[in-house]
Structure formats: structure tokens, C-alpha cells
Design a protein around this ligand. Structure first.
Ligand SMILES: Cc1cc2nc3c(=O)[nH]c(=O)nc-3n(C[C@H](O)[C@H](O)[C@H](O)COP(=O)(O)OP(=O)(O)OC[C@H]3O[C@@H](n4cnc5c(N)ncnc54)[C@H](O)[C@@H]3O)c2cc1C
Length: 500
């Protein structure tokens, strides 16, 4: 036990993409604020933000069919797709700002241009895809999207998928070249290296065991050194709980009323990875299909080219599953540990409502490799088992809360929960996830520092020129931003990089 005590302006809990983004934004806005980061693992970006723990899709709604729903009148609602696309462009603008100022370097180490495609089979699905294409391609945010149901064209776009396909079912795809593969792990590490150079104190292998409010309204954290077991107390005026799956537990410890009546539902994930260069060379896209009936939105199957560690590979999945852990490195008691008197009814209602989902997830966990190969063969008819290995991905903890739709409703989005006085905020949920980190962290700033936002606005606009504006209503701005971010981040044309 140690009696060490420190005071700082800001404490960020967790060294994932969210804390990295908030820390970087704050360092640009108020360079003299002191920031300390506590991370229980030995390095940054080791949990969900790690490149092997997520799919690395720069979610801009270019290919994800669940962001565009068919309304009862048969028309397609693209409002969610517009929102997510605009949010992703907030991220690319901020990343460009950082690259332009040499605050981070070598953008090709974290973002690569990659066509995004949607692929469907069956007459009904093809009709849906065509309607979706018509709704999106008329919108300036989705310029350049193409549609085809011509097998010859599809063979050109998707040789690995179309080759040796024997089914006579109608098949169609859309393609847009302005998609990306993002290595969020590499980006997280780059941002923490930058923060370190700005004197941010980053303490790895330090676990936050408890959070308490002090009499002057600050927050005191009980911090345990994972190696030595020593306990220290650190105090800050503002705390961000960026613990990923660990955030709910920490939010509950803070005791703020806003954190009550909320639960978490963990969904685990598996991918299949292929490193056979002959197979890898035949595919160059992220190809999203349609989720199976009864499957949650985060288990939409997709076949992706990935750029990791100077190597190209293919990733297929995710196969969702159930595990009571809230972090990949978490404990089997995580789920039980977050059941409190104030959320037990919410959790029980969610449990009762989601029996089919839980059953589906448990069945998914039990799937053999051969069964998973069968699902993969719906994409690559001649996929060979020996070319594919299983990798365990990160945990996603979906938020459960009471909404107008009823008690214990499962949410699939991201939620910022903050104290009324803005002194503490937590990020819960994991979708669309890391792609929208900059937008979400700006939400944290707006909620927690309303007294500063006016003064900070010019700097925010310098970093994110579209801040406060709707891109869809300003097509000239879209063109400007596309051109400048593509140039800075190396996303123009079909560049060849040193990837095997
Ligand atoms: C299978 C899967 C696929 C995904 N695919 C995509 C995708 O394609 N595109 C996309 O944009 N997003 C995707 N996501 C979501 C994305 O990965 C997450 O939204 C994002 O990484 C969350 O970042 P974070 O910083 O909140 O959490 P994390 O990266 O999990 O970081 C949280 C950190 O907090 C630390 N921590 C937790 N508790 C404590 C404590 N008590 N004390 C100290 N440290 C603590 C953890 O060790 C961890 O390092 C995916 C997620 C999963 C699981």
C-alpha cells in the first residue's frame, strides 16, 4: 500500500482509441491542461481498438446494409447512413489535420483506400439493393457508387467470390471506391506516442479499482499497480471513462445518478483469417452481406482485405457469440458484477426479451470450424479449410436501458453518459465504434465543457472544417473535404503501397 497522491486536470481511463482521441483533442484545445492516462494492460490499443480485435472498417455507410432500412411503403430510409457518413468524415478531417501538422506521420500505416461493396443474393434482396443504390447514389455523400447484377461485371469486381459459383440465384452488388480499411490499433498507438511527446503522463499496468467524488467536486481514483499491487490515489477535476467494455463497471462505481438503470450485454466475436498469398491476391475490397434472420446487426458477414503489419490478409466474419466477459482480457464474473439493485429489473427484462438472441449467440459459440467454413463458402464457394485460421476478436458490450420502447431495451449504438456538472463522462456501447471516435469525443467535450465550447470553436473548426455544418446540405464542402483528406491521407486513386 502506498500513500502517493496526485492532482491533475484530466484523467483518462483506458488507452483505447476513445481516450487517445479525447486526449489529442484536449491537448490541441488547451495545451497547458495536465492529463494523466491509466491503462491496466502493458500497451495502448490492446483491447477492442487492436487491429486483430475489430474489423477495421472505416464505417461510412458505404456498404453496411443495416444502416439503410426498408420502410413499410417500400422506400429506403437513408437518414442513418447520412449521419454515419458525416461522422466518419469528421474523423478523416481530424486525422488529416494531425498529419498536416506532423503530429502523426505515415498515414498509410493506419488508413488505406479500399473499395466498399455490398453483395446480396435472391430476387427480393437484389430489388432491395437496387432501391438502396438509387436512394444513395443520388446523394452527394455517396458519389461514385455503382450497381451491377451482371455476372460478367461482378466477376471483374469480385473474382474470388464469383469464381466457381454454381447457384443460379440472382446476385447483385454495389461498389464505391472511396472506402477505407483502418488500422485502429496503429492509430491508437500513434496518438498515444504523440500525447507522450506532449508530456501526457501515461501509466500502463495501472488498474482503476474505484472512483469516488471528493468534497470539492473532483474525482478521486483508487489506482492499483498491476505488477507491485501498490495502491495510489489520484485526483482530477475531470475524468473520462474510456474503459471500453470495462466502462459500465467504472461508471457504476462513480455512483452518478445518470449511470443508474443501465446494464450491459456482452457479445463476443470471432473472425477467420487467410494468409495464403494466392487467395489474398484475388480479393481487394470490403464486401458486406446481409445478416441472417435472428442475427444481431453486429454479425453481418463480411469478407475484407486487411492491411496489417505491412501485410495483406483476408478476414471473414464476425461470428458473434456469448461470453460473460466485458473485455477480452476480462473475467467470467463481469456480467454478474454489473447487476446492481438499481438495474436488476432492467437486466431481467432484457434477459426475458432476448432469449432468442442469447440462444442464437450460444449456438454460434458452439459452431465447429467446418460449420464456419460453410458460412464462408456462401462468399467463396471453393474456400479451403487449410487456408483459414480462427482469430478471437474483441468483446462488444451493448447497452441495456429503459426506453420508450420498454424496460430493458437492448441498444446497438454508442452512448455518452455524463454527470450533470460535466465532471465525469463514460462511453458505453461499440457501434459504429472507432470510426466515429472524433464525433463522439466532440460530444463528450460539448457535454462536459459547455462553458469553454464557444471559445474553443475557432480551433475546432480549424481541425474539423465541417464542424457544426451539415455536409449533405453543402455539396461544395463535401468536394473540398474529400479532395483535401484524400490527398493528405493518401486515399486518392489506386496507389500501390509496399504491402505484400
Ligand atoms: C468484433 C469487433 C469488430 C469491430 N469492428 C469495427 C469496425 O470495423 N470499425 C469500427 O469503427 N469499429 C469496430 N469495432 C468497434 C471498435 O473496436 C470499438 O468501438 C473501439 O475500439 C472502442 O474503443 P475504446 O477506446 O472505447 O475501448 P478499448 O479499445 O477496448 O479500450 C479500453 C481500454 O480500457 C482499459 N481498461 C478497462 N478497464 C480498465 C480499468 N479498470 N483500469 C484501467 N484500464 C482499464 C482496457 O484494458 C482497454 O485498453 C469493432 C469491435 C469489435 C469487438
Amino acid at each position: 500500500m502506498s500513500n502517493k497522491q496526485t492532482r491533475t486536470d484530466v484523467i483518462l481511463i483506458g488507452a483505447g482509441i476513445m481516450s487517445a482521441t479525447l486526449g489529442t483533442l484536449l491537448k490541441e484545445l488547451v495545451p497547458d491542461w495536465e492529463i494523466t492516462v491509466f491503462e491496466k494492460l502493458a500497451n495502448a490499443g490492446e483491447e477492442s481498438s487492436n487491429e486483430w480485435n475489430n474489423a477495421g472498417t472505416g464505417h461510412a455507410a458505404l456498404c453496411e446494409l443495416n444502416y439503410t432500412v426498408e420502410k413499410p411503403d417500400g422506400s429506403i430510409d437513408i437518414s442513418k447512413a447520412i449521419k454515419i457518413n458525416e461522422q466518419f468524415q469528421v474523423s478523416t478531417q481530424f486525422w488529416s489535420y494531425l498529419v498536416n501538422r506532423n503530429l502523426i506521420r505515415n498515414p498509410q500505416d493506419f488508413i488505406m483506400p479500399l473499395p466498399h461493396m455490398s453483395l446480396v443474393q435472391g430476387e427480393q434482396n437484389v430489388t432491395f439493393l437496387k432501391k438502396r443504390f438509387e436512394a444513395l447514389s443520388n446523394n452527394p455523400l455517396f458519389q461514385g457508387m455503382e450497381f451491377s447484377d451482371d455476372p460478367g461485371k461482378l466477376m471483374e469486381w469480385l473474382p474470388l467470390i464469383m469464381k466457381e459459383r454454381t447457384s443460379n440465384e440472382p446476385i447483385a452488388a454495389t461498389k464505391i471506391d472511396s472506402g477505407t480499411d483502418v488500422n485502429f490499433g496503429a492509430l491508437t498507438r500513434m496518438l498515444f506516442d504523440h500525447l507522450k511527446s506532449k508530456n501526457v503522463d501515461i501509466k500502463f499496468k495501472h488498474n482503476i479499482d474505484d472512483i469516488k467524488r471528493t468534497s470539492d467536486g473532483s474525482w478521486e481514483l483508487k489506482v492499483r499497480n498491476v505488477d507491485s499491487g501498490k495502491v495510489e490515489r489520484h485526483t482530477a477535476k475531470f475524468v473520462f471513462i474510456g474503459g471500453g467494455g470495462g466502462s459500465l463497471h467504472l461508471l457504476q462505481q462513480s455512483g452518478i445518478p445518470e449511470g443508474k438503470h443501465i446494464g450491459g450485454f456482452p457479445v463476443s466475436g470471432l473472425f477467420m483469417v487467410c494468409n495464403n498469398p494466392d487467395v489474398v491476391a484475388q480479393h481487394h475490397a470490403k464486401v458486406y452481406g446481409k445478416a441472417k434472420v435472428g442475427a444481431p446487426p453486429m454479425s453481418v458477414p463480411h469478407l475484407d482485405t486487411r492491411f496489417i503489419d505491412n501485410k495483406k490478409s483476408l478476414l471473414f466474419g464476425p461470428f458473434a457469440g456469448f461470453s460473460p466477459k466485458f473485455l477480452k482480457t476480462g473475467s467470467m464474473f463481469d456480467l454478474l458484477g454489473t447487476v446492481k439493485p438499481n438495474n436488476v429489473l432492467t437486466m431481467l427484462s432484457a434477459g426475458a426479451k432476448n432469449v432468442p438472441l442469447t440462444k442464437y449467440l450460444i449456438e454460434q459459440v458452439m459452431l465447429s470450424k467446418e460449420k464456419r467454413m460453410e458460412e464462408l463458402r456462401e462468399f467463396i464457394p471453393n474456400a479451403k479449410s487449410e487456408d483459414w485460421d480462427i482469430v478471437v476478436a474483441g468483446q462488444r458490450v451493448q447497452v441495456i436501458k429503459d426506453t420508450a420502447a420498454g424496460k430493458g431495451t437492448l441498444q446497438f449504438g454508442t452512448e455518452v453518459v455524463s454527470a450533470a456538472d460535466g465532471s465525469i463522462a463514460a462511453l458505453l456501447g461499440a457501434s459504429p465504434g472507432a470510426s466515429t471516435a472524433v464525433h463522439v469525443m466532440l460530444e463528450v467535450i460539448k457535454k462536459c465543457f459547455p462553458q469553454h465550447v464557444k471559445a474553443w470553436e475557432p480551433k475546432i473548426k480549424e481541425m474539423i472544417p465541417s464542424y457544426g455544418m451539415s455536409l449533405v446540405e453543402n455539396p461544395e464542402l463535401i468536394d473540398e473535404i474529400h479532395t483535401s483528406t484524400a490527398q493528405t491521407l493518401g486515399l486518392e486513386g489506386k496507389k500501390q503501397y509496399a504491402y505484400a
